[in-house]
Design a protein around this ligand. Structure first.
Ligand SMILES: [Zn+2]
Length: 405
């Protein structure tokens, strides 16, 4: 998940009692320096300054529906945004989620269809929608009010449930995939390390099987690195067909190069699973968790397990500048482009080439088309690059049959 909305207070209150799995660390001064903090601020500043000045000019739309201005999209008679260009290859989204509800929150019905999807950046709530800038890191589009709502919603996901989460269902995801020419999506749960109902992996696997949509929703899994039974769980999830394991250094509070995580990587390698990291600082998570997500802390894993494929989620988010050198140095590092702006995606392609770049959306944070539009803008006139990012690379990574074979 791109946001890291669990507040420290919430964790202290709710998790300290029973969850040995959740560490409430202070900042380790060597692992997170003042210079690290300053770099995040500089990134935000530079991003604001350069938005609209890149190779694609100004890319601001009025809500997700506003993307209908782009040549690949239209609004249908019901006002739904659709990708109508049949030359756009059917995409594989490597970064999607379903409704989150753990601890005390009642589990939403994942088989329900609702009138509209309430994305966590609910950009189409009003008409015209919120200004959506495709040339900044996507969470820069949240206003301070939106961020407060996001945090309240995240507490709801732990406590009383949330109205938004009730729309993050399988039929709603599939409908948006149909609208957006997304053929398949990799669904990534997360093991939060809370004392109970921390079973998103099982629930999402069950829901996918119940819906009979295994062809379209590729199952992922998650374990908490400090769970006693993490290795047994990995084996059980792999046996049920999971292909990818999501690990989230900031939400799960661990350093990806910590010795405690090495057995997890070893087991993933043995089982043929891909490790999908939340990568880098999104900038909206609690500040004390930033230390876990610096890109230099991922290098130990990439180096120690050259045979294991790692996806760096969000291409390092606001730490993109540090993720790119890793991707250049380590052939087992793949970049999920989710969140990056069009100028940044252009620069990633220049620096890394197109062969290990993946299309991800972080649904239901955002409409699938927000991420699709960016890839289409950058890959215009480059059909090979477009197919590589939208599906061929993911097919190779996940061992899927080729769409165009
Ligand atoms: Zn995500």
């Amino acid at each position: 998940m791109s946001g890291n909305p669990l507040t420290r207070r919430a964790f202290v209150r709710l998790a300290a009692g029973g969850a040995g799995a959740v560490a409430l660390g202070c900042r380790d001064s060597e692992r997170y320096t003042d210079a690290d903090a300053a770099r995040l601020e500089a990134q935000r500043r530079e991003e604001r300054e350069r938005s609209g000045r890149g190779p694609y000019g100004r890319q601001v739309y009025r809500g997700y529906r506003g993307l209908a201005e782009l040549p690949w999209f239209e609004l249908d008679p019901e006002g739904r945004l659709r990708c109508v260009d049949e030359s756009v290859p059917l995409a594989i989204d490597v970064h999607a989620h379903l409704a989150v509800a753990v601890l005390f929150a009642p589990a939403p019905d994942l088989q329900a269809r609702t009138e509209r999807v309430q994305h966590l950046l609910d950009c189409d709530r009003e008409d015209p929608g919120c200004p959506l800038d495709l040339d900044v890191y996507i969470n820069a589009n949240f206003t301070p009010d939106d961020l407060s709502a996001l945090r309240r919603g995240a507490l709801g996901n732990l406590l009383w449930g949330s109205a938004a989460a009730r729309t993050h269902t399988i039929p709603n995801l599939l409908a948006e995939m149909d609208d957006s020419r997304v053929g398949r999506a990799l669904v990534l749960p997360i093991a939060f390390g809370v004392p109970f109902h921390d079973d998103l992996t099982e629930r999402w696997l069950d829901a996918g099987e119940q819906a009979g949509v295994r062809e379209r929703l590729i199952p992922g899994a998650s374990v908490h690195p400090r769970a006693d039974d993490a290795l047994e769980r990995l084996r059980a999830y792999a046996a049920r067909g999971a292909r990818v394991v999501k690990l989230h250094p900031t939400m799960q509070r661990f350093f990806p190069d910590a010795p405690e995580v090495m057995p997890i990587y070893e087991e993933c390698q043995r089982l043929g699973l891909v490790v999908f990291f939340h990568g880098g600082r999104a900038g909206i998570e609690p500040g004390y968790t930033h230390q876990y997500a610096l890109m230099r802390h991922y290098e130990g894993a990439l180096r120690a397990f050259p045979e294991l494929d790692f996806v760096l989620g969000h291409a390092g988010a606001r730490d993109l500048a540090d993720a790119v050198p890793l991707a250049r140095r380590y052939p087992n590092a793949w970049l999920d482009l989710h969140g990056q702006g069009v100028t940044s995606i252009h620069e990633i392609v220049e620096a890394v080439g197109g062969e290990r770049l993946l299309f991800g959306t972080d649904w239901p944070f955002y409409h699938l088309a927000a991420s699709l539009a960016k890839v289409l803008i950058v890959s215009e006139g480059r059909p090979e690059l477009r197919s590589a990012i939208l599906h061929r690379n993911a097919e190779r990574l996940l061992g899927l049959a080729r769409e165009d074979a």
